[in-house]
Design a protein around this ligand. Structure first.
Ligand SMILES: Nc1nc2c(ncn2[C@@H]2O[C@H](COP(=O)(O)OP(=O)(O)O)[C@@H](O)[C@H]2O)c(=O)[nH]1
Ligand SMILES: [Mg+2]
Length: 335
């Protein structure tokens, strides 16, 4: 983490200096007035890219200023203790720099103060829950491009070849031309039976056909999270089926607001757990905390690359905490 002190004649001036120097992701750690001079201490995570000068300034300055003001408020709350940074201020700064929302980071650091605990892992441990699939039918749901089909192939391979289970695949993704091709290839390579289902009846038939199987993995269409009709269409297909669980697949490369919006929209399908994908492409994994806090859902797996079946990890508490705090664990090239 890079921490720097700025002196200016007003907070506004200091903030402009900080933004120019450290970029948009900088957070304010403390402010103090010394006579006519305002002293502001700001920080940026050491792994953040250098200030992106090419980034366009928002055109709507009103909402931008409001956002800035709210951010500063949360930064002050994050450091609490008035205008003096306390022991948790650097942690707050790091969590924000790693992509966690200011509100979430503020709540977390305040919780630590309340507990008088010095182990952030204890507090994260309360937030993170782990889940193992329990049902025979496991349906992967989530937005377009989240990594559902690739993840399904990895999971099917682990069930079939690591655990020796009898596995079948069903896809309900027939909406795009060639949509079934990807899963057909996986089914052929792994020699696992595949059925295509488009409605309640064909889905039931496919499940009956695979009654002798231990596990059935179900792929779903990648539809925009805002396409409520498509999401409720899925709810209809899976609704009456016993021994079935849905699992929400979210890509960590998505913006936090997109993740939270997706989680809310796909909530109608009552997911039992979350799989976070593209951990390898994402340095700022603080969003994991926000998603878990808002959904209350446990994590079952996360994925770390495009290779089937290797790039996947079964969720475990230590690993998730490392993803959030360690920051460097999955980085392949030094920044
Ligand atoms: N880097 C990276 N890419 C991934 C990962 N999982 C999936 N992908 C890629 O993301 C893209 C979309 O994946 P796909 O499974 O088709 O997404 P779907 O639309 O949700 O089914 C493909 O290019 C995948 O290879 C991952 O863990 N890391
Ligand atoms: Mg797909």
């Amino acid at each position: 983490m890079q921490i720097k002190t700025y002196e200016a004649s007003s907070i506004q001036e200091a903030l402009e200096m900080i933004k120019r120097d450290l970029g948009d992701s900088a957070v304010v750690l403390s402010t103090a007035r010394r006579g006519k001079v305002v002293e502001v201490v700001a920080a940026r995570d050491g792994c953040e890219p250098s200030p992106a000068r090419w980034r366009e300034l928002p055109t709507d300055l009103g909402s931008w200023e409001l956002r800035e003001a709210i951010s500063i408020l949360f930064d002050l709350m994050g450091q609490q203790g008035g205008f003096k940074p306390d022991a948790w201020a650097p942690l707050y700064g790091q969590l924000v720099a790693r992509g966690m929302s200011r509100a979430g980071a503020s709540r977390l650091t305040n919780r630590l103060r309340g507990l008088k605990s010095h182990d952030v892992r204890v507090v994260l441990g309360e937030l993170v829950r782990i889940y193992e699939f329990r049902s025979k039918i496991r349906v992967l749901i989530g937005p377009t491009g989240a990594g559902k089909t690739t993840t399904l192939a990895k999971l099917a391979a682990i069930s079939a070849f690591t655990h020796g289970e009898k596995v079948a695949l069903i896809t309900t993704d027939t909406h795009r031309i060639g949509a079934t091709d990807q899963i057909k290839v996986y089914s052929r390579i792994m020699n696992l039976p595949l059925a295509v289902a488009t409605d309640v009846d064909s889905f039931k038939k496919a499940v009956d056909r695979f009654s002798d199987r231990d596990v059935i993995y179900v792929d779903t269409p990648g539809r925009a999270f805002s396409d409520r009709d498509a999401i409720s269409g899925l709810a209809e297909i899976f609704g009456g089926q016993g021994d079935l669980e849905t699992c929400l697949v979210l890509s960590l490369t998505s913006h936090l607001e997109h993740l939270l919006f997706s989680a809310r929209e796909y909530g109608v399908l009552r997911p039992k757990s979350i799989i976070f994908t593209k951990v390898d492409e994402c340095l700022n994994r603080g969003a994991i905390c926000d998603v878990l806090e808002h959904t209350g859902l446990p994590v079952s797996w996360w994925t770390t690359g495009q290779n089937v079946p290797d790039d996947i990890e079964q969720a475990n508490l230590e690993g998730i905490i490392e993803l959030i705090l360690g920051g460097l664990t999955w980085i392949k090239q030094p920044c």
